[in-house]
Each structure stands twice: as structure tokens, then as C-alpha cells.
Ligand binder design. Sequence first.
Ligand code: ADP
Length: 317
Amino acid sequence: MIEENINQLRPTSLKDYIGQEEVKKQIQVFIEACRKRNQPLDHTLLSGPPGVGKTTLASLIATELGSNITITTGSILNKKSDIAGILSSLNEGDILFIDEIHRMNKAVEEILYPAMEDFKLDILVGKGKSARSIRISLPRFTLIGATTKTGMLSSPLLSRFGIVLHFDFYDEKSLSKIVKNTAKRLNIGITEEACLEIAKRSRGTPRIANNILKRVYDYTVVHGKTEIDLDLALQALNFLGIDEFGLNQKDIFYLKTIIEKFENKPVGIKTISSAINEEIDIIEEIIEPYLIRIGFLKKTPRGRVATEKALKHLAII
Ligand code: ADP
């Protein structure tokens, strides 16, 4: 089984970063402007669904600028001291990348306001009655935040990002190129048709495409083959339970629960969550957006319902 370091799959230059043409065009201009003015990049927010290349782009920005990057995630920044420690260890021009920035604790967020705006850090010294706040200067750094839920960011935080970039899902052609490049990096032989078939079933998401490629390769190796051709890819995808729309067993279970258990009458998210034993976040961020995008699910004010297209696909009508 291939379980390589995730960084091995990441493109190492903006040139290898496939698709997201608008995002790339914009960031290249901003990077160039910083270089010319010899100033750090403005704070940047990357917004888009999971697995579409936000972390990868943040690393590439650091590479292009020749800057160090410190990577952390909003959900582990619970105390003021967590973020104060990170901020005070930054150097001039460094990049601080905070993934899932919408999950950051409010107290942590408040430390970030003066740090982002004035490069100042307020810290509390002493204890009890003798405690007092002192303000120290920070080097000029760039905060890159990534979020799957821009709507959950408070407006004071949102307004401190000078650059906001929105990521889209990928088309099949771009995804197919990503699969081909990943295969090359992992030394996997694969035909163009097989790349395209994997791309078609990857829900517009590079992370899913790379994962499917690895599992299809496992299947290939176990069957004593050295190259993935279309026939083998189809067999493997069938074995993995990923259908021609890119739906997996969990998506099918989700749809069947709504259709069969709740007779396709509008049903609320909490009810579905307990019926399929899946967290609300996963349902809202991963399962539903794709089903809505391919026209299999409708969100109505009274709850979720499967569409006729979904019923036809599951051969229920
Ligand atoms: P996110 O931070 O949005 O969740 P990541 O940056 O972690 O997504 O990307 C997930 C995987 O997909 C990584 O292995 C990365 O190499 C690959 N990937 C994402 N976007 C691209 C792209 N535009 N070109 C090539 N590979 C990509």
C-alpha cells in the first residue's frame, strides 16, 4: 500500500498547480507587486471546499516569496497563549498559515486583530492584582487563513484580510492532469483514459482524485498488473464502491435513508445525522454540497429531499 508523505503529492511550483486560473492569476500579480516593493504580502484568506488546494497554494506562496511558513489549524488554537507563542516566534516576512480559521476561539481571534493590523501583540505579565498588559512589536508577517465556511468568520476578522481568494471545484480535464502528475510522482503507470475515468468520479476535488488513484493502484498491484488501464480502473472503482457520479457508499446510504426511511419527505439535518451516524459537519461540508451540485438533493425550508434524478439513479422509480 502506498502511504507516502502527503507533501510528496503537492506541486512544488505555481507552474505545477493545475486549474484555479483566476486564483493563480491574481496571486501571481500580488506576489510580483510585493517583490517589486520589497514588502510582505497582505494578509490573505483562501476560501473554498475541503481538498481543493488551499494548503498547497499557501505553501507555494511561501516558496515563491522565499519565506518560511508556519502551519497551524484553528481548532487547536484554544488559548491566548497558543497564538501569542506562535506570533512571537515569527520573523520578518514569515507566513503564518491557519487552516480552518473559522474554528478559532474568540479570545485567540482578538489577539490577532492588533497583530494583523498594527503588528502588535498584547500580552499579560504578572499575576492577580499586579497583572498588567504590555504591547510588544511583531515583525511584519503575512497571515494566510483558509476556510471552508467564510460565512462563519466574524466581520472584524474578515475585514483584516486585504486579499480574499475563492476556490472552485475542478473540471474533469484539470483533475485528469492532476491524477496524471500524481501518478508520475508516485511512479505509477496509468493510461490517459484511466486518468479521465478517475477524474470523472472525484467530485471536482484533487484530494479525492489522489486518494482514488492510490486505492486503484493498490487494486492493480494485488491483481499482479503494473499499469492501470481503463478496464482495470473500472473494475477497481467498482470494487471500491465509487459509482459513475463519484458517489460512495456513504452518499448512497444518505440518499436511501432520506428516500426509504423518511419516505422522501423533508427531513432535518439532526435527524439525518443520527439516522446515518455521521457528524453534521461532514454531512454539511462533504456529502450535501456535492449531491446538491449534481442535482440529487434539494434543501427546502422544511428539510432535505432527494430529487427525481437521484431516485432514477438509484433505480427507485
Ligand atoms: P485544502 O487545503 O483545500 O483542503 P490541499 O491543499 O490539502 O487542500 O490539497 C489536497 C491534495 O490535492 C494535496 O495532495 C494536493 O497536492 C492536491 N492538490 C490540490 N490542488 C491541486 C492543484 N491545483 N494541482 C495539483 N494538485 C493539487
